[in-house]
Unconditional design. Structure first.
Length: 232
């Protein structure tokens, strides 16, 4: 984690909304300086992130991003520090503009980066970053991918939902699945930094193998406790 000081340790809150096609932003391998939005979340590539923008400094930052059609970075924040690994976010939709300048927007995760230096000269935080991709672009072995998809379906079934639109040969299968459910933030942060899809899929299989049975037991206990009551 990288330490912060002063006003950069306060964050805006999330706001629920729906996503659609993202704004096109020119591709650059490296960006020397990028605006940062520290939040107690982990944004993954391809995942939507709805936000309610209300602090003046972040209203300024988002307006600049909209005017220039540029991405900004979302990094996980804890107390007075930020994670070294984050993900760029493109604004896909402006849901609502308020008279006082507040905004409801939807962003979508794009490219991962590593912070190499922090800049606190503006009202909002900025950072020098290096963007990175996986070391090798290869999908996870099919048996592992199938196991992960099966476990993911079981996880959603516990919540009364159903998995749709999943492709086993998706080179970012792990990100797409992990970005669709509220997993532990420490686990998501570790996933974000891994540079191998087979490694990420294996990590998710191990995580789900422990998580799914625990959730099923929790649901059974709750159902049993409700059934022990007596009507008046």
């Amino acid at each position: 984690m990288l330490p912060l000081s002063g006003p950069h340790s306060r964050f805006a809150r999330r706001w629920p909304a729906r996503s659609r096609d993202p704004v096109a932003v020119p591709y650059n391998r490296h960006v020397s300086l990028i605006a940062l939005f520290p939040l107690d979340v982990v944004l993954l590539p391809g995942a939507p992130m709805p936000l309610h923008i209300f602090e003046p400094r972040y209203k300024e930052m988002i307006q600049e991003a909209l005017d220039a059609k540029q991405a900004f970075g979302i990094v996980r924040a804890q107390q007075d520090s930020v994670a070294e690994i984050g993900c760029s976010a493109e604004i896909s939709e402006v849901i609502k503009k308020y008279e006082d300048g507040r905004l409801d927007i939807v962003t979508e995760g794009q490219r991962r980066f590593k912070i190499t230096g922090l800049d606190q000269e503006r009202s909002f935080l900025r950072a020098e970053v290096d963007f990175f991709e996986d070391d090798e672009e290869q999908p996870a072995p099919k048996p592992e991918a199938e196991k992960l998809v099966k476990l993911h379906g079981e996880l959603l079934a516990v919540a009364g939902a159903e998995a749709t639109g999943i492709e086993l040969d998706d080179p970012q299968l792990s990100f797409h699945l992990a970005g669709s459910v509220p997993l532990d933030l420490d686990f998501k942060q570790n996933l974000l930094g891994m540079r191998s899809e087979p490694q990420r899929v294996a990590a998710m299989v191990e995580y789900y193998t422990l998580l799914v049975p625990r959730l099923k037991r929790t649901i059974k206990v709750k159902e049993k406790s409700r059934g022990n009551g007596h009507a008046m």
